[in-house]
Design a protein around this ligand. Structure first.
Ligand SMILES: [Fe+2]
Length: 275
């Protein structure tokens, strides 16, 4: 990586930070490859084009599953596609990524993989919940210990936690088999630290915004295929690829919304029964 993005200075005069979250591009080495009816290279290109018109974005988070085919070329394509944003980009691994290979593949690009980013008055902690060979996730004890230490040292700092897997059920039975397997333990840990304002994740390829205790849980649509909410089995959704914008205020409050592409160009394969 060219540089480790360890801190950013927000552009807004009120000290607020604007963060954009992208997730689950599932890129292939071959940019013409179509994934369940959608070309993920083209859909991410269009998401980036729309995002580039959003004013004031300070930082971009990519919350995993950058690659579908585990190729170095797919990671390089991700870096090339987000480069025109001209913003710092930080990434964490999903179940389709292997952290060491991903880091090597993104070396010498502008996409960094720091464990923590200071953002004005806020911090964001990036975790690796991927488990080799499994679609489900886990936050291991070693990361929990590290996380506790950071949170104990930063009690006054409003904090976002970012990871790939969902720590609570989505009401999609097929996806909930592949959740964070120690989600309850993880949320219990976070609930002891009131400076943690929200948890950001991807993996479920759909929007989610709920509270568990005082903690806000936020998921983002994929930049490629969408999964239909509240479906027992695997069903694709015709909603369009999208991203999340978050404005983080110095008092610890958050404004957030999901934005999607308009125009209905990306139509999933209706016969797809899994991936
Ligand atoms: Fe994914």
């Amino acid at each position: 990586m060219i540089e480790r993005v360890e801190s950013i200075v927000p552009q807004a005069e009120d000290g607020s930070v604007i963060l954009a979250q992208l997730s689950d591009p599932h890129l292939f080495a071959d940019r013409d490859n179509v994934f369940l009816g959608i070309n993920p290279y083209n859909s991410l290109s269009q998401v980036v084009r729309q995002l580039s018109d959003e004013p004031g974005v300070d930082l971009v988070l990519a919350s995993g599953d950058l690659s579908q085919d585990h190729s170095e070329a797919s990671y390089r394509q991700f870096a090339d596609l987000v480069a025109p944003l001209g913003k710092p980009v930080v990434a964490l691994p999903g179940n389709h990524d292997a952290i060491n290979f991903m880091a090597r593949s993104l070396a010498d690009t502008q996409v960094a993989m720091p464990p923590r980013v200071m953002m004005g008055d806020w911090q964001m902690i990036l975790l690796n919940s991927a488990v080799t060979g499994l679609p489900s996730g886990h936050v291991p004890l070693i990361q929990q210990s590290w996380l506790k230490r950071i949170l104990e040292e930063t009690e006054e700092t409003p904090t976002l936690i970012a990871l790939h897997h969902h720590p609570v059920p989505t009401n999609c039975a097929w996806l909930d088999q592949h959740s964070l397997d120690n989600g309850q333990e993880f949320l219990a840990l976070l609930s002891r630290y009131p400076q943690v304002k929200a948890v950001l994740f991807g993996h479920i390829h759909q929007e989610m915004d709920c509270h568990v205790g005082g903690l806000r849980l936020l998921a983002v649509p994929s930049t490629s295929i969408q999964f239909l909410p509240r479906s027992r089995g695997f069903v694709l959704d015709s909603r369009q690829p999208g991203y999340r914008l978050l404005r983080l205020y110095p008092d610890g409050s958050i404004d957030t919304q999901v934005k999607r592409l308009t125009g209905g160009e990306f139509v999933p394969d209706p016969s797809a029964s899994g991936y």
